[in-house]
Design a protein around this ligand. Structure first.
Ligand code: URA
Ligand code: SF4
Length: 188
């Protein structure tokens, strides 16, 4: 198993897919390296590419607000993406690009050993949960796989575009808060 430093270095030098060509920075991930909760987005946007950190643009500001609703912040969780380099014009990452990159995320999961994984949006949910995942129907529901509780919620960018999704997401966030309490009570 790679250490964090080795993994991050390898990722920063990666040329395994075409997304390496347009990047300013590789966006490896941030947060607590042994966090209970791992949030997974789809890929860096413009601000993330420029700053080398996930969720620092407008969607990130909303994610910070969502975390604070359930007494979390960036120092208490880990945040990463399916692909570590920005897709041109923020298009969806292609299946091949996701497949080329997912090994880094798998190693991050192995190092973090989270108790809970929260997929942010459709792309992450389909890759992490299952390919047929329907975010509109299934958001907020839970599966437990290999001892890790997993769910998906709407992507903060979707919540910026469509305010009507926010009440459901508020409920999903409360579900995440409950699950954190549940795993703490059952594991510690
Ligand atoms: N959207 C994502 O999915 N990830 C980021 O890091 C920023 C925006
Ligand atoms: Fe490598 Fe992932 Fe960047 Fe593609 S997106 S070049 S696989 S780090």
């Amino acid at each position: 198993m790679s250490s964090w430093a080795e993994l991050e270095q390898a990722c920063k030098e990666c040329t395994a897919c075409g997304l390496c060509q347009g990047r300013t920075n590789v966006v490896f991930g941030v947060g607590k390296k042994d966090a209970d909760v791992l949030f997974i987005g789809e890929g860096p946007g413009e601000q993330e590419d420029l700053q080398g950190e996930p969720f620092v643009g407008p969607a990130g500001k909303l994610l910070d607000d969502m975390l604070s609703i359930i007494d979390l912040d960036r120092s208490k969780v880990y945040i990463a993406n399916i692909v570590k380099c920005r897709p041109p014009h923020n298009r969806d990452p292609e299946e091949e690009e996701q497949e080329a990159c997912i090994g880094y995320l798998r190693k991050q999961v192995a190092l973090i050993q989270p108790k809970i994984i929260v997929c942010l949006g459709r792309i992450a949910a389909k890759k992490i949960l299952y390919p047929e995942y329907r975010i509109t129907k299934e958001h907020g529901s839970w599966v437990c796989r290999n001892g890790i509780w997993m769910t998906a919620i709407y992507h903060p960018s979707a919540l910026l575009r469509d305010l009507s999704k926010r009440p459901e997401t508020f409920e999903d966030l409360l579900g995440i808060r409950d699950k954190i309490q549940y795993v703490k009570a059952n594991v510690d």
